[in-house]
Design a protein around this ligand. Structure first.
Ligand SMILES: [Fe+2]
Length: 156
């Protein structure tokens, strides 16, 4: 059954496109953060291993919330690695083995890219008459800003 929530089908389609691109970005950062949790080495191993775990746990929840926001607007959520790689604006950097500082910098750059996308997308959501997605994306941007701050704080 179609959603009858006061947002037109065309608008909901556009919002679905925005949310699926975001979902792909979130999934790529999630996987990258897990990879760094597994592969980090050096004197700060214990600290960074745990820190990356706390970040991928938060990202795991974000991934779920973004996909379910798309569903609430009647959009089909992307859900395959192929789709995510096609939709993401981020680079996966498969096989690239950073040192600890490089891992932190790579994640920081990805979070900052997502923050910049979100800043545009939340305005688009408002223009499309979707106060709910505008609010959702604003909250998400704040979460990413906090995660980016934590990553940035390890770097000088
Ligand atoms: Fe683990």
């Amino acid at each position: 059954m179609k959603a009858n929530i006061g947002i037109g089908e065309k608008q909901r389609d556009s919002l679905g496109t925005i949310l699926n691109a975001l979902l792909a970005d979130e999934f790529v950062i999630y996987v990258k953060t897990r990879r760094f949790h597994w592969n980090v080495v050096g004197p700060d191993f214990g600290e960074l291993h745990k820190f990356f775990e706390s970040q991928y746990e938060a990202l795991d929840e974000i991934v779920d919330e973004v996909a379910e926001r798309a569903r609430a607007l009647d959009a089909i959520s992307a859900g395959s690695l192929q789709e995510f790689l096609k939709l993401t604006r981020l680079k996966e950097q498969a096989g690239k083995n950073h040192d600890a500082g490089g891992m932190l910098a790579a994640l920081l750059a990805d979070h900052e890219t997502v923050i910049r996308s979100l800043r545009k997308d939340l305005e688009t959501a408002a223009k499309l008459g979707d106060a709910g997605t505008n609010d959702f994306l604003t909250g998400l941007m704040e979460q990413h800003e906090k995660m980016a701050w934590m990553l940035r704080s390890y770097l000088r």
